[in-house]
Ligand binder design. Structure first.
Ligand code: SAH
Ligand code: DHB
Ligand code: MG
Length: 223
């Protein structure tokens, strides 16, 4: 374990490949000023989300867990230059307010729709209103509800939809079957669903960097 080295290498990569820019810097500044928790994806992870959206050719993106909109801006940058839309779900009114400002300053007010409310309720509404299927879904809200978010995401998917789930390794605690942490149990139950679900193909990748030791799951919906 060498967290300082991981952070230094992350900074090295970011300095080379992820030049800071005004919209993203301002989003982080406004989030810090409003005392939002600093748990947004890192710059290198944000750019990965943008690249995956582009590789996928996504024109419709769903995000579960907005916070200050930092990952939202990266994902929205992965949309085609003058098309596409992104829906992001957030339960905390203060987070939503900060995110709306950040998203607007980044130039995405027209193409990003923020829905305030419990994600599980909003997901039900989206399905009821036939707002899917989405090309790309990023799940990054409370981890205890991951099994429910995964099931709801499947209902908003088509063959070829890509689902990315953040924070599925949690310092390696994910392998502790006896864990009493509801977040760990949420991740583990979702992983068991991924394993049992015939309609998806999935893997998970461990990561180290400025956010420590964690990881992403990547899911491709088959049918
Ligand atoms: N994706 C963001 C980070 C999200 S942090 C980024 O990388 O920039 C997780 C967010 O999920 C927090 O803002 C939290 O308020 C929100 N959240 C937690 N529980 C939720 C729920 N039940 N429904 C919707 N959002 C929720
Ligand atoms: C936490 C949540 C996240 O989405 C994340 O990327 C890191 C930490 C948290 O709740 O601690
Ligand atoms: Mg996260």
């Amino acid at each position: 374990m060498d967290k300082e080295l991981w952070a230094n290498v992350d900074r090295y990569i970011a300095d080379l490949l992820v030049p800071s820019d005004k919209s993203l810097d301002e989003a982080l500044k406004a989030s810090a000023a409003a005392e939002l928790p600093p748990i947004n994806v890192s710059p290198t992870q944000g750019k990965l989300l943008m690249l995956i959206a582009q590789i996928q050719g996504a024109t419709s993106i769903l995000e579960i867990g907005t916070l200050g909109g930092y990952s939202t801006i990266w994902l929205a940058r992965g949309l085609p230059r003058d098309g596409g839309h992104l829906i992001t779900l957030e339960v905390d009114a203060k987070h939503a307010q900060v995110a709306r400002g950040n998203i607007a300053r980044a130039g995405f007010a027209e193409r990003v729709e923020l829905i305030l409310g419990k994600a599980i309720d909003s997901l039900g509404q989206l399905a009821a209103n036939s707002r899917g299927p989405f090309d790309l879904i990023f799940i990054d809200a409370d981890k205890a509800s991951l099994p429910e978010y995964f099931q709801a995401s499947l209902k908003l998917s088509r063959a070829g939809t890509v689902i990315i789930i953040d924070n599925v390794i949690r310092d390696g605690k994910v392998i502790d079957a006896a864990s009493t942490d509801k977040d760990i149990q949420g991740v583990r139950r979702m992983n068991e669903m991924l394993a049992a679900e015939k309609r998806v193909s999935a893997t998970a990748i461990q990561t180290v960097g400025s956010k420590g030791y964690d990881g992403f799951a990547i899911v491709r919906v088959l049918s």
